[in-house]
Design a protein. Structure first.
Ligand SMILES: C[S@@+](CC[C@H](N)C(=O)[O-])C[C@H]1O[C@@H](n2cnc3c(N)ncnc32)[C@H](O)[C@@H]1O
Length: 364
């Protein structure tokens, strides 16, 4: 178990040491951001970057590229020239080559997952940021469908949007699972409750890891349907209890009798007050020995500013597309909620997977 103690909490974003020339550069990227995004997206989606990549040291002229894609010579020219300024391409004489940033955009898995999530889920609603903040609701979600929050709509998403949403969600949580399993099963729990179990991925891992464990999944009815299907397909029918419910409804209580409660990338789906309410519901059903685990990505506990950036931007997805009132939290804000719900943190494991922190709580 990697238990990197957080050494840099508070050291990200506590100074402004960028060179002025780089600040000028970054500010232009912001000023032209909608075009930077659209041109980059087209360079990827039209296969232009891929063609240039495949040309390797040969490179390609604009005319050669235009001869191989479904776009006019003019269209290819403005996109490839924009690609130079954005830093996706570089040019020698009249031949274009893939630059490092272009290579990462095409081939780095995290970048691809983020990019496709932005393209297929978020971009259409990004312009609704201000309205979403003002109305405390995900106004951008209307670009996909009419639901009060994304969670009611997820199981009915258009296939490509659903795939990109799931890839985004799973990319970050999947790599946590192998690290988290021995931690959770150290106390030999007989019953584990997965709140916000989604498609059942974590539950399946637990069922495979411990042949005796019984699992419970709490989620909204649509997601419970997807989870049930996946779990039955894997042959684990009978070892899982399903609790289809909206956890925010006061009358819906959590089931009792679980030794471990696991909430992965779940509490970030809710507002400050809602998190306290959910944790209080956990408090009601937890016994003295119940181990409560929260697996979250806190932007202030990242080693690298790039990781923190992706989380801060993901907060805007929660505002515009998810529910209009949640975010990727600053751990210092979040720890107040834990305190107010009557828990204390007994163990903090930072640096889990790519960017996660696993908090272990017990009743105060
Ligand atoms: C971001 S996903 C996390 C999935 C999974 N635990 C993981 O780590 O990848 C959040 C889950 O919370 C569920 N959820 C959101 N709002 C809910 C609510 N009000 N009641 C119950 N479940 C909810 C969603 O349906 C979704 O499956």
């Amino acid at each position: 178990m990697q238990q990197t103690e957080q050494k840099n909490s508070g050291t990200l974003f506590d100074r402004d040491d960028i060179k002025v020339i780089d600040a000028l550069d970054r500010a232009q990227l912001i000023a032209f951001a909608p075009y930077v995004w659209e041109a980059s997206r087209l360079l990827v989606d039209q296969g232009i970057l891929k063609l240039v990549e495949e040309s390797r040291q040969e490179g390609m002229t604009i005319r050669e590229v235009a001869g191989q894609v479904d776009m006019s010579y003019y269209g290819v020219r403005i996109l490839m020239e924009a690609g130079l300024g954005i830093g996706l391409l570089y040019r020698k004489e009249d031949r274009y080559f893939l630059a490092k940033t272009g290579h990462i955009l095409l081939n780095n898995e995290m970048t691809r997952v983020n990019f496709e999530f932005m393209r297929d889920v978020c971009a259409g609603g990004a312009g609704a940021l201000e309205a979403s903040i003002r109305n405390s609701g995900p106004e951008g979600l209307k670009s996909i469908g009419e639901w009060p929050t994304i969670y009611q709509g997820l199981s009915q998403f258009p296939p490509r949007a659903l795939e990109s949403w799931l890839n985004f969600d799973h990319f970050y949580s999947d790599i946590v699972f192998p690290v988290a399993l021995p931690v959770i099963f150290e106390s030999r729990p007989a019953r584990v409750l997965d709140i916000g179990g989604n498609t059942g991925k974590w539950t399946l891992k637990c069922l495979e890891y411990d042949p005796d464990v019984e699992m419970g999944i709490v989620d909204l009815p649509g997601q419970i349907g997807m989870a049930r299907e996946n779990i039955n397909k894997a042959g684990f029918e009978g070892r899982v209890q399903y609790y289809p419910q909206d956890i925010l409804k006061e009358e819906n209580l959590l089931p009792e009798g679980y030794d471990v409660i696991w909430m992965s990338q779940f509490l970030d789906c809710f507002s400050d007050a809602e998190i306290i309410t959910i944790l209080k519901k956990c408090h009601e059903v937890a016994g003295e020995h119940t181990r409560i685990f929260i697996n979250e990505t806190f932007w202030d506990r990242q080693r690298f500013a790039t990781s923190a950036f992706t989380l801060q931007m993901t907060s805007l997805y929660f505002t515009t597309m998810a529910n209009g009132n949640s975010q990727m939290y600053d751990s210092r804000v979040f720890s107040d909620f834990i305190e107010q719900a009557g828990f204390e943190v007994v163990h903090t494991r930072d640096g889990v997977g790519l960017s996660h922190t696993i908090l272990e709580l017990k009743k105060k």
